[in-house]
Design a protein around this ligand. Structure first.
Ligand code: MRU
Length: 369
């Protein structure tokens, strides 16, 4: 996507292919800093500390992590046990987004059966590159498919502004190009449909206020940042036509793990008869799970992410303490929205209802674990 007229992605390989470059998303929108990741430890730090975040980008970064493990192997033969160990370390960096394990296993399964070490390196890079390009392609298709929903609403409203509410950042920063939840938004914008986006700030790390607002602003899409608690009120007042969110992991039965607070938006949407759609690529489905509430691991992050808020002040990024010094905080990073609250899924293969039967019908060629 374009930033100030320049094409940019949140991840790319340096020309000599020895260094992975990522945008440090912790500093956006106030500072644009590119960080070099040179080995598996750097990859794990970038994932854990959320320089990179968002399910598809987490997967892409992890895939390059396995590639860097081959490049930096301590022995020339690139021992398979070493590769499995490094892969497991990468996989354990964040628990909720299924794209992480999916991408690592995709690269690993290709290279474990190769003996020649140079071929191993070459194939790992090729597979990681392919994961990136495939995600871009999936997101483009999600945009095309989701566009029909926005177009229909616009026609029903006689071309009056379509108001879309989104939570967190499921944009190109999270997904390499177009995004998942934002792909239909960008597609509608390109098609000159009058749209406006309500952007949930998404406490505690404010991925909505910092990242989605930045992305939409850079692209020229009308948007307004709101507090996480405002959505229900806007829905009651007829100010939301459709909710579109992303996902970090979705079960084969349609239960959706997404950034904390998504469930409350789904409840409010249901109460107000507003369509609630989840946009996701097939890499975010966990085909092995049937019960999201019981089976999807919910990441607990550092309570200090809640206690301190980061912002820009007099040219510098600063953190300030909000609650009393000694008040404990609990940082649940994701929640699960049960399938019954989801109107449908927008995927690269089309749109379907949130039922096991419909999901399975849309993905007959799914890769079962
Ligand atoms: O903790 P994060 O920032 O990695 O959370 C992921 C997200 O940005 C969202 O939950 C998003 O809606 C799904 S990822 C496309």
């Amino acid at each position: 996507m374009k930033v100030d007229g320049k094409n940019i992605r949140p991840i790319w390989l340096e020309k000599d292919s020895k260094v992975v470059k990522v945008i440090d998303q912790r500093l956006l929108p106030h500072k644009f800093v590119v960080v070099d990741l040179k080995n598996v430890d750097d990859i794990i730090t970038a994932l854990k500390e959320m320089y990179v975040r968002g399910a598809p980008l987490i997967g892409a970064t992890a895939a390059y992590g396995v590639y860097l493990a081959t490049v930096n192997s301590p022995d020339k033969t690139i021992n398979n046990n070493y590769l499995i160990k490094e892969s497991n370390r990468i996989k354990s960096s964040r628990p909720t987004a299924i794209n992480l394990a999916w991408a690592v296993d995709k690269v690993l399964s290709k290279i474990l059966k190769i003996d020649n070490s140079l071929t191993k390196i070459e194939v790992a890079k090729k597979q990681a590159d392919k994961i990136v390009e495939d995600e871009v392609c999936r997101c483009r298709k999600i945009g095309k498919n989701g566009l029909t929903l926005i177009k229909n609403i616009s026609e029903k409203k006689k071309n009056k502004t379509v108001n879309i509410l989104t939570h967190c950042n499921a944009g190109w920063l999270a997904c390499i190009e177009y995004g998942t939840a934002t792909a239909p938004i960008y597609a509608a914008f390109e098609n000159s449909i009058d749209i406006h986006v309500w952007v949930d700030e998404t406490r505690p790390l404010n991925q909505g206020a910092r990242l989605t607002a930045w992305e939409l602003g850079k692209h020229g899409v009308k948007h307004t940042v709101i507090t996480d608690n405002a959505g229900g009120h806007l829905m009651q007042d007829g100010m939301v036509d459709i909710v579109i969110v992303g996902s970090d992991r979705t079960t084969r039965t349609g239960d959706v793990a997404n950034k904390i607070g998504t469930y409350l938006k789904a409840l409010a949407a249901m109460d107000n008869n507003i369509p609630f759609y989840v946009a996701l690529p097939s890499s975010t489905f966990d085909w092995s799970l049937k019960d999201g509430l019981k089976e999807i691991p919910i990441e607990m992050r550092d309570p200090d992410e809640i206690r301190y808020v980061q912002g820009f002040d007099e040219g510098a990024i600063r953190s300030v303490l909000i609650p009393p010094e000694n008040s404990p905080a609990a940082n649940f990073a994701f929640d699960v929205t049960p399938a019954r609250l989801v109107t449908g899924f927008i995927t690269e293969n089309g749109i379907c209802r949130a039922t096991e039967q419909d999901i399975m019908r849309l993905f007959p060629d799914r890769e079962t674990p």
